[in-house]
Design a protein around this ligand. Structure first.
Ligand code: SF4
Length: 490
């Protein structure tokens, strides 16, 4: 994590968009779509467009609303473009890693927006550096851009993308601009989301369908794992190329639990519905008949309403109540160099309503526990205002291992559940009881088999070949000296 910056919850790395329109400038729709994806990254925001002759780019550190003014949007000419919001976990915290990454090669201009994390970026970078490629950042997006540009010298666009997919290993949802053509690519395991929408005058790609909604567009479908989507530059449609086939997917279940907006659809599931179902399963597995059930705002809300509804269905007298108020002006991340300051931040962010909890038995529903700082503080806060008992119920399994696929989960040493069982954690956070949701319940709520999910952070076994870690499957790791392991024939 960047110096002095800490987030109690897991932090999403990035959001990507791309649009191809007929007779409409792309900049403003991209800007609105990035607004809808702001929760996926607050460090920098950028847009690259193409006017048929040349590329235009504007990338700034900061939030979307601060990164662009009227003049910036007016200078982004063209009817096609891509955009990006970023929160860094790989690469430096400076503008050299802000995206879209844009560059001109002999093979034309390229712009790239990346959500995810390559686990073999260093190997590909070293090989390209040995062939004379000079890098300006330490991010993995530039590695993909150089590899693709090199392939474009020898291959057509589709084959060039396929060759790059055969060399990079890890998690990636990409929007790419090659000259004025916008592409979308999802890694063969489909780890991070990417979807297609139809909007006024054209088509778009986005990390989440909420970005399509803000443009009054229609959700078309998810991009399939291993699929390349090419938006037609005149906005009339898109072409699909299934470039890589894998037996199993590795969808990140945490997208549904925490990262994605509840109003987004990901891999055939509305996130809001999944969270409510997870809440129902939490009641079925470990319900406690307390007086009130409180969500930790905001993401705990749908879990808690599902939990309370399931409890009431069984005749339990559990009342759903908003007993914790969130200060919306405290961001998801803070400049906090010490544990003491992190604890202060929890107090700044959440305030219990005494009248709702005083003299009552309380169940608190949260989506996850990472370091445990928030949970410890919450239990104390609720007891301070008179709660008789505080029971914690968590809508996900215990996080025992870090994420290497683009999510900031904290280091293994910082994770409260790494090396501790549930009773140890309950004691540490001083709750009257604590239960996590089972992995099977998560898979059921998503309608997926365990084999098609990434469960790395809750099992310690990853769907990719990561140095020093174990994998939960046979992984076709590419050999980067030109072989195209795992790539299906045309
Ligand atoms: S390790 Fe966890 S957070 Fe990371 S991709 Fe897998 S499920 Fe998602």
């Amino acid at each position: 994590m960047p110096d002095g910056r800490h987030s109690e919850g897991p932090t999403e790395k990035c959001g990507v968009v791309g649009v191809s329109l007929d007779d409409r400038e792309a900049a403003r729709p991209l800007y609105y779509a990035l607004y809808a994806l702001q929760h996926r990254g607050q460090e920098s925001a950028g847009i690259v467009t193409h006017d048929g002759f040349q590329q235009h780019s504007h990338v700034e550190m900061g939030l979307v609303g601060d990164a662009f003014d009227e003049g910036d949007l007016g200078s982004l000419n063209g009817e096609t473009g891509i955009g990006h919001v970023r929160y860094p976990t790989a690469g430096s915290v400076d503008s050299s890693c802000a995206q879209p990454f844009s560059v001109s090669f002999k093979s034309g201009s390229l712009g790239l927006s990346h959500n995810g994390n390559l686990v073999n970026a260093d190997e590909v970078r070293e090989e390209l550096a040995a062939k004379g490629h000079a890098f300006t950042s330490d991010g993995d997006t530039e590695v993909i851009a150089h590899d693709l540009a090199r392939n474009l010298l020898e291959e057509d666009l589709i084959r060039a993308v396929k060759r790059t997919m055969g060399r990079i290993h890890g998690s990636y949802s990409l929007t790419i601009m090659h000259d004025d053509t916008v592409l979308g690519v999802r890694d063969p395991e489909g780890n991070r989301p990417l979807c297609i929408g139809e909007v006024d005058g054209g088509y778009m790609l986005a990390s989440e369908s909420a970005a399509i909604d803000v443009l009054d567009g229609e959700f078309v479908r998810d991009v399939k794992p291993g699929e390349l989507i090419v938006l037609k530059p005149d906005g009339s449609g898109f072409d699909s190329y299934q470039l890589v086939d894998q037996e199993n997917t590795a969808h990140c279940f945490f997208e549904h639990v925490y990262f994605a907006r509840p109003d987004s659809r990901i891999d055939d599931n509305l996130v809001y519905d999944v969270r409510r179902e997870l809440g129902r399963k939490l009641w079925e597995e470990s319900g406690v008949d307390s007086d009130v059930v409180l969500p930790v705002p905001d993401s705990g809300r749908a879990f808690a309403s599902g939990y309370a509804e399931a409890a009431q269905d069984e005749g339990a007298g559990v009342e759903f109540a908003e007993g914790l108020m969130k200060n919306r002006y405290v961001g998801r991340t803070f400049i906090m160099p010490t544990q003491d300051a992190r604890e202060r931040a929890v107090r700044l962010k959440l305030n219990p309503i005494r009248d709702v909890v005083e003299g009552k038995t309380v169940t608190v529903i949260d989506d996850s526990i990472v370091r445990g700082t928030t949970s410890t503080q919450l239990v104390q806060l609720l007891k301070d205002v008179g709660a008789e008992e505080v029971h914690m119920r968590i809508g996900a399994p215990a996080i025992i291992a870090p994420c290497y696929m683009g999510i900031d989960m904290a280091s293994r040493e910082e994770l409260i559940a790494a090396g501790q069982d549930t009773e140890d954690i309950r004691e540490e956070i001083a709750a009257d009881s604590l239960s996590y949701l089972s992995i099977d319940a998560v898979a059921e709520a998503l309608g997926e088999s365990r084999a098609d999910l990434c469960l790395g952070c809750v099992t310690g076994e990853y769907p990719y070949d990561i140095e020093g870690e174990t994998t939960d499957r046979e992984v076709a790791r590419p050999e980067i000296d030109g072989a195209e392991a795992g790539i299906a024939d045309d």
